[in-house]
Design a protein around this ligand. Structure first.
Ligand code: ADP
Length: 254
């Protein structure tokens, strides 16, 4: 089944850094409600493609489309307001804030760090902050963070940080959640628990785009694309990808 290209699409994207071409004519589409993976060896261009999709980097050529609209020139914040939200390989949390306030911040997804500190200090915003904190409770419970709600984020383990980052992203009510190497730094049990959590989200209708080289974690995807030297060399289910001769050559040398 081919996805509805009108939901999210990368269309003919190329990117060079100082004459060195990292991505060449990459096209892929993600249908609403799909869980799609992106894998490839180190240096194949995954992060660059992810950064272009989320607005951290402009493409040298090509376009990024969301819901039929060209969003290639929109900033990270503008995309986020439309519902295109990402997590990072190294979770970005506000170390000095409590776990609860980190999630509460997700309700203010377009804010920058400086504005956040002042918001939490400003008396006129107290009501709004109280509302955001209250709205955070179900997400804290869902991600097993309730007992840590009043703990500073700096004290969390890698697995707890990842959960916090995903919980905060969900507070922003994303329509497309993009995760960059979500199982990195997690124990196997934590990674599998996160995979189950993402499957639950998918069952609720969330669209997910996951960059990962963790084949076990990638069981959550319905389809994946494989990048090699900046080009997509295979697309299919994980079973199809693992049986693809070119992919086997790259990953297993066979
Ligand atoms: P992956 O995420 O698949 O490991 P990357 O997208 O990080 O791959 O990198 C792909 C290639 O692009 C690598 O050769 C890397 O050195 C190069 N690259 C990435 N970012 C930059 C940059 N800002 N300047 C120059 N080269 C870069």
């Amino acid at each position: 089944m081919s996805p509805d290209p009108a939901f999210f699409a990368v269309d003919g994207v190329a990117r060079s850094f100082g004459g060195f071409q990292v991505l060449a004519d990459v096209s892929l589409a993600i249908g609403q409600g799909e869980v799609v993976g992106l894998l490839g060896p180190n240096g194949s261009g995954k992060t660059t493609l992810f950064n272009i999709a989320t607005g951290f980097l402009p493409p040298s050529a090509g376009a990024v489309r969301f819901c039929g609209r060209d969003i290639s020139r929109l900033s990270v914040q503008e995309r986020s307001r439309l519902g295109v939200v990402r997590t990072f390989q190294t979770p970005k949390v506000f170390e000095g804030l409590t776990v609860r306030d980190n999630v509460a911040l997700g309700f203010y997804r377009q804010m920058r760090a400086g504005m956040v500190e002042s918001l939490f200090g400003a008396p006129r915003a107290r009501r709004e902050v109280a509302d955001a904190r209250a709205a955070s409770e179900p997400l804290l419970a869902r991600f097993g963070l309730k007992p840590l709600a009043d703990t500073a984020a700096a004290r969390l383990t890698a697995g707890q940080r990842r959960n916090l980052e995903v919980a905060r992203a969900l507070a922003g009510a994303p329509r497309l959640l993009m995760l960059d190497e979500p199982s990195t730094g997690l124990t196997r049990d934590e990674a599998m628990a996160l995979a189950d959590m993402l499957l639950d989200l998918s069952a609720e209708g969330m669209t997910l785009f996951v960059v990962s080289h963790d084949m076990e974690f990638l069981r959550i995807v319905g389809r994946a694309h494989v990048l090699s030297f900046g080009r997509i060399i295979a697309t299919g289910t994980m079973a199809e990808i693992q049986a693809d001769p070119q992919v086997r050559q790259i990953y297993f040398g066979s």
